[in-house]
Design a protein around this ligand. Structure first.
Ligand code: HEM
Length: 415
């Protein structure tokens, strides 16, 4: 029998920081199996990669999410007891709530709001010497997200809300002051949103049906009970926070348009190419490195004995760059999506599998919509120069980002 490969050292927690996005691929992809055993933070952890690994990770009869996320992540990034931690029927019921927001009309509206805000920001940027696209697009997206979700946003609070929503994302893996600030950002954001939820329920704040704030405020759980106001607030944040995070893909997209200038004309004119370009940005650039779940009951898979409650990590970045799945995975090539069959376990920057039973991101279509609106605007209407700067990014630093945040200058309307 072939043996399941293992790390020989006692603990590999530090290796995660040293290897970054390559922590799992480096271990699993050089072997004959899609599973590899290591130890992280004192736990025996099974690392999964490849299409087969993704299928196992998203098999809800074998994996669950109870206690899969560390407290520090829940206290910053996601919020406690929200959809990310749910299983079974209760999860599916909550997921339907999110999926109900993603109608074709709502997605079209998101595209239009995004475009409108690009025009507004272009005007503002045209009087600025330099524009850091990552920073500016976060504010652009905070405005977009709130409008789309039906959340009132006063001019004087835009900067603060933008900062809090991004600090919740960036502080979860940090230590010290950055992590503490991330917890404060979550508390402030939850307080803000809980107050708005109560206002909607009392009829003091008008919210249109179909908008996230309305749907979360009025939702009933499987027992027919409304969500606790704090919970509803957390779930609204689970819509607007990740919308702001799309700024990372926008900054990376700016890099791609600059590094591969031959893509620009087609992005500006050809709708199908625009879609493929957005997909390739999501595949190619590093964002989510891996995700965790726990084993539901003992079973053996590819000769490896999975133990009940064991932690399992799936190789998100590695699967998007797996040479067994993608031809020349380290080349940026939107054309690879011409004959892509839409597999549920190969392009997984936002998780894999189906939307309803598992945890695949319900915001995948909104993300694609926002990216298409942004890249179309950038190539069609935004004139700019790219001054000398270091926009390289590191695969060792998680989450990754172009170092300069991608700076543009001489911004003007390009009609
Ligand atoms: C879940 C990534 C945008 C809402 C997830 C997951 C990932 C992810 C990796 C976890 C999948 C899993 O646990 O198996 C991203 C990325 C985004 C993005 C990279 C773009 C920057 C969005 C947007 C929304 C959203 C725009 C809302 C409009 C959610 C929610 C979940 C989720 C509610 C939890 C789903 C569940 O537990 O069933 N996302 N996401 N995301 N995402 Fe996104």
């Amino acid at each position: 029998t072939v043996k399941v490969p293992k790390d020989k050292t006692i603990d590999n927690t530090l290796a995660i920081f040293k290897d970054g996005y390559n922590f799992i691929p480096k271990r699993v992809q050089n072997h004959h199996l899609d599973v590899y055993e290591t130890r992280v933070l004192g736990e025996k952890v099974a690392l999964l990669s490849g299409i087969e690994g993704a299928k196992l990770f998203y098999d809800t009869s074998r994996m669950n999410r109870k206690n899969a996320l560390p407290k520090r992540v829940l206290k910053t990034l996601f919020g406690e007891d929200a959809i990310q931690t749910m299983d079974g029927d209760a999860h599916t019921h909550r997921k339907l709530l999110f999926m109900s927001l993603m109608t074709p009309d709502a997605l079209q509206e998101l595209y239009e709001i995004t475009t409108k805000n690009w025009a507004r920001f272009t005007k503002k940027w045209s009087s600025m010497k330099k524009v850091t696209l990552y920073d500016e697009s976060r504010e652009l997206l905070c405005r977009t997200a709130c409008e789309w979700a039906g959340i009132p946003l006063e001019e004087k609070e835009v900067k603060k809300r933008t900062r809090d929503l991004s600090n919740m994302i960036d502080g979860f893996s940090a230590v010290g002051p950055k992590h503490i600030e991330s917890r404060r950002a979550r508390k402030r954001s939850e307080d803000w949103m809980e107050d708005l939820i109560l206002q909607v329920r009392q009829g003091k704040l008008e919210a249109e049906k179909g908008k996230a704030i309305h749907e979360m405020a009025m939702h009933q759980d499987l027992e027919g009970q409304p969500l606790d106001a704090r919970m509803a607030a957390i779930e609204v944040l689970n819509v607007i926070r990740p919308l702001v995070a799309i700024s990372k893909f926008i900054a990376f997209g700016g890099v791609a348009l600059h590094e591969y200038p031959e893509t620009q004309t087609r992005v500006s004119l050809d709708d199908e190419y625009l879609f493929r370009f957005a997909q390739e940005v999501r595949r190619y650039f590093p964002f989510v490195p891996f995700l965790g779940a726990r084993v539901d009951h003992d079973f053996t898979w590819q000769q490896y004995p999975f133990k009940k409650d064991q932690l399992v990590l799936i190789d998100i970045y590695g699967i998007n760059h797996d040479p067994k799945i993608w031809e020349n995975p380290d080349q940026f090539n939107p054309e690879r999506f011409i004959d892509w069959d839409g597999g549920l376990f190969d392009l997984i920057p936002q998780g894999g599998g189906g939307y309803y039973k598992g945890h695949r991101c319900p915001g995948e279509w909104p993300t694609i919509e926002v990216l298409q609106a942004s890249f179309r605007y950038m190539t069609k209407h935004l004139g700019y120069d790219v001054p000398k700067q270091d926009y390289s990014y590191s695969l060792k630093k998680m989450p990754s980002l172009p170092k300069s945040g991608f700076i543009i200058s001489n911004v003007h309307f390009n009609n």
